[in-house]
Design a protein around this ligand. Structure first.
Ligand SMILES: Nc1ncnc2c1ncn2[C@@H]1O[C@H](COP(=O)(O)OP(=O)(O)OP(=O)(O)O)[C@@H](O)[C@H]1O
Ligand SMILES: [Mg+2]
Length: 499
């Protein structure tokens, strides 16, 4: 890619970027949230047209008129936010737009055989007949990968494929990437996890504010140096955890049972979170964590049980009532549950409070107040944007995440559910969000933290509960437990609760 510039209006998302991808190379692309990573790769996959600059593929200068042409040239991209159709099965999604036909009909037998061969070759765990709506994020990620492989891409672009995966799933993907590179495929890999870059990339392109600041071989730099190149200054930061006295339960879940699609997802689960406490939930994806969160938030019907927030019984209440009882939620899926992408940043920030007196003037929205609050939050949470009046779609993925976090924390909840709160967020912003969570805790908020990042759980939590098969199977002290021990418990080794 030679001297690529991409403007959105006056704003330059990519500013004279040049980069080279070699045959069989794994090239990491690193940069802060909003640096321009997805933009430059969307250009390479034909989804966006550059304002300026050229692309050469195998030495030939090429105009990519659109995704179809990029595909014909062997370029495949797995996007940061999945592009799967929930109502279709895994198999239907994989072949969508590229269905083999026989006498004018889709030849499912042939398609299935091709896909099964790929699944076998790369040892991917996939249920071909499951509906995408019912599968975990980890499996959706694998569906996207198989989709690109099915199209026989030789240049593969992965935009934050590991952001929502468990450590074990990440390792599985890393093995696949290495195998693909050995076969001579070329890979661009976007991630915020510096350890992953060190582990698999050959070279790394660091971009900051739309410009390349450095291209370098990975084995010659430390993780700290990479972080420093990315943010432009040395990183520091200390989490100060205050001792909170006189704690009392602020969230209690008693005997909760949740079934979805006739399957038991949460089984007679009880837990409580105290004021001024962070309780981590560790577990392999798909062990009922999502259903637990949705039940507490009032988004799922529950079969049995009782949920209390600060002495208010909120069992079977509507989400708004639960919200008003003092619950904040940073949901797992920022785009589908956390935001309304077509609304402005300011409107998204007011989603849970727009009807309150401060934002409401005789039944009309008080946009002056709404926009003022938004400006304040955008600046304190460093949400990289042009104005509070732009729509949430225009934000980069990590900045969308920061938008959700800003809204939920600024409402000063009594109880905060944080599900993968730093998903897709750059290392600088992770530090800021961690500080904010600790600050809320120090002020007395009770936080239920669900995360695939064991390090995040061990670092932030006062107590960690291990969830398996819809039950709490153990409780550990994060100060005295290694991530290996935690990993064993997560795999289902039972331990006496409280022991
Ligand atoms: N369609 C658009 N209209 C206006 N601005 C846009 C649009 N798409 C992206 N931008 C802006 O371009 C900049 C770069 O966005 P991009 O998505 O490439 O960031 P990124 O490096 O992928 O960040 P992240 O790590 O958060 O995913 C951001 O400031 C974003 O707000
Ligand atoms: Mg991005």
């Amino acid at each position: 890619m030679n001297h690529i510039t991409k403007r959105f209006g006056e704003f330059k998302a990519n500013d004279d970027i040049s980069m080279t991808l070699h045959y069989g190379e794994i090239l990491a692309l690193l940069g802060e949230n909003g640096a321009g990573k997805s933009t430059i790769m969307n250009i390479l996959s034909g989804l966006l047209q550059p304002t300026d600059g050229t692309i050469e593929i195998n030495g030939v200068v090429t105009q990519l008129a659109g995704p179809r042409q990029a595909k014909e040239l062997g370029i495949g991209m797995v996007h940061q936010h999945f592009m799967l159709i929930p109502a279709f099965t895994v198999l239907e999604n994989i072949i969508l737009g590229d269905e083999p036909t026989k006498r004018g009909r889709i030849d499912y037998q042939h398609a299935r055989a091709t896909v099964e061969a790929l699944v076998e070759k790369y040892q991917l765990k996939l249920e071909l007949d499951a509906k995408v709506a019912n599968i975990s994020v980890g499996m959706q990620q694998r569906v996207e990968i198989v989709k690109a492989l099915y199209r026989q891409a030789t240049i593969l672009i992965f935009d934050e494929p590991t952001a929502a995966l468990t450590p074990q799933e990440v390792q599985e993907i890393i093995v696949i990437f290495k195998q693909l590179a050995r076969e001579g495929k070329s890979i661009v890999f976007i991630t915020h996890k510096l350890g992953e870059i060190k582990q698999i990339a050959d070279n790394c392109v660091v971009i900051r504010a739309g410009q390349v600041v450095k291209t370098l071989p990975v084995d010659q730099v430390s993780e700290n140096k990479l972080a420093e190149l990315m943010v432009g200054h040395p990183m520091n930061g200390q989490l100060v955890r205050q001792l909170n006295e006189q704690q009392h339960p602020v969230l209690t879940v008693h005997n909760l049972t949740v079934k979805t699609n006739h399957q038991l997802k949460v089984n007679q689960l009880s837990l409580s979170v105290n004021t001024g406490e962070i309780v981590g939930i560790a577990g392999v994806d798909g062990n009922g964590q999502s259903e637990l969160i949705n039940a507490i938030s009032g988004l799922t019907k529950i079969q049995t049980g009782e949920i209390k927030i600060a002495d208010q019984n909120v069992t079977h209440q509507a989400p708004r009532r639960i919200n008003e009882a003092g619950l904040g939620v940073i949901p797992e899926d920022r785009q589908n549950t956390g935001l309304i992408l077509a609304l402005t940043l300011a409107e998204n920030l007011a989603l849970k409070s727009y009807y309150q007196q401060q934002y409401n003037w005789h039944g009309l929205l008080n946009y002056t107040a709404i926009n003022q609050t938004a400006q304040r939050l955008i600046s304190s949470f460093d949400i990289r944007s042009q104005s509070e009046k732009e729509t949430a779609t225009e934000l980069s993925g990590g900045n969308q995440q920061k938008l959700v976090v800003a809204r939920e924390i600024s409402n000063e909840p009594k109880v905060l559910i944080a599900a993968n709160p730093t998903r897709g967020v750059d290392v600088g912003a992770i530090e800021y969000i961690h500080q904010q969570l600790i600050e809320q805790r120090n002020k007395g908020c009770g936080i239920l933290l669900v995360s695939f990042e064991l390090d995040e759980i061990l670092k932030l939590s006062d107590r960690v509960l291990v969830m398996h098969g819809g039950e709490i199977v153990g409780e550990i002290d994060p100060q005295n437990t290694t991530s290996q021990e935690l990993g064993l418990l997560m795999a289902g080794k039972k331990q006496n609760v409280g022991g």
